[in-house]
Design a protein around this ligand. Structure first.
Ligand SMILES: O=C(O)CCC(=O)C(=O)O
Length: 277
């Protein structure tokens, strides 16, 4: 007999605070990322994971065979702002538990959503090349953070997310988009500067938070199952929009910030405050 799902209990979990230890906060601020265990229960991951997976396969338009894809296209199926598509996806994305952790790690008063995205690395999917996310965002301060939520246990053969520790503080490669070139240049740079890399599996329920300027990558998925991941990108609620520096930032300004005025806060309905003290 199938177990009955207590929806109120799932919703309650998404709202309930998770205590981030002072050590975890210090680790995040020093290293530009942190991995936290037992943030979400198997029940929440299974219930919302199914909803997210259905949306990914319904909305995905990338159906070319792997051999015909670019490196970026081989890395994952990327479906954005699921919260605008489905009421239950919105419940997950609007989790106060997850937004509060982002707030505590950055040490700000509250956070807004930049956007969410599901990142599904298919079986035989390739590497995610080294990159830093904030290259893509026209946001003035470095107070941005992404929560990376694997919807299943993620051993090394599925391509867990890996981080170059303390790399958020160095101004290398900040003008490089995700590509074979970024993988080559950044792995050489990061190695020559002796950055330690954390490349470890994720348990079920474990999530990571990484800062917008922290360099990260992921290996290929050589397993026979998709590596299903949901992410939310948060920004300090007092973040401001800056003049876009490249074509990606111009596109993001229109798409994710509703072209709100440069110099002001991103206060459009696309960027709700998800947690505030
Ligand atoms: O999931 C991946 O492979 C890459 C994730 C990533 O780059 C991100 O969430 O910023």
């Amino acid at each position: 007999m199938e177990a009955l799902i207590d929806k109120d209990q799932l919703l309650d979990e998404l709202e309930t605070p998770y205590t981030v230890s002072p050590e975890a906060i210090a680790f995040y601020r020093e290293n530009g990322y942190v991995k936290l265990k037992q943030v979400l229960s198997p029940a929440v991951l299974s219930y919302y994971g199914d909803i997210i997976t259905d949306l990914v396969f319904k909305l995905n338009t990338l159906i070319k065979p792997m051999e015909e894809r670019t490196t970026y296209e081989r890395a994952f199926l990327q479906i954005m702002n699921l919260w605008r598509e489905d009421e239950q996806a919105r419940e997950f994305v609007f989790s106060k538990r997850l937004a509060r952790i982002a707030t505590d790690l950055m040490g700000v008063e509250g956070v807004r959503l930049y956007h969410d995205q599901a990142l599904y690395k298919e079986p035989s999917g390739g590497i995610t090349p080294w990159h830093a996310d904030q290259f893509y965002w026209p946001l003035a301060s470095p107070n941005t953070v992404t929560v990376w939520i694997p919807l299943q246990e993620t051993p090394m053969n599925m391509g867990p997310l890996a981080f170059a520790e303390k790399s958020q503080t160095v101004e290398i490669g900040r003008d490089i988009e995700i590509s074979d070139e970024s993988e080559q240049i950044l792995s050489d740079e990061l190695q020559s500067k002796n950055f330690a890399v954390n490349d470890t599996p994720f348990e079920l329920g474990e999530v990571s938070y990484h800062a917008g300027w922290t360099f990260h990558r992921a290996g290929p998925n050589v397993s026979d199952k998709p590596r299903k991941v949901m992410t939310m990108i948060y920004m300090d609620k007092d973040q401001t929009i800056m003049t876009p520096r490249n074509s990606y930032q111009r596109a993001d300004h229109a798409k994710w910030l509703d072209s709100f005025p440069i110099g002001g806060k991103p206060e459009s309905e696309l960027n709700p405050v998800l947690f505030s003290y």
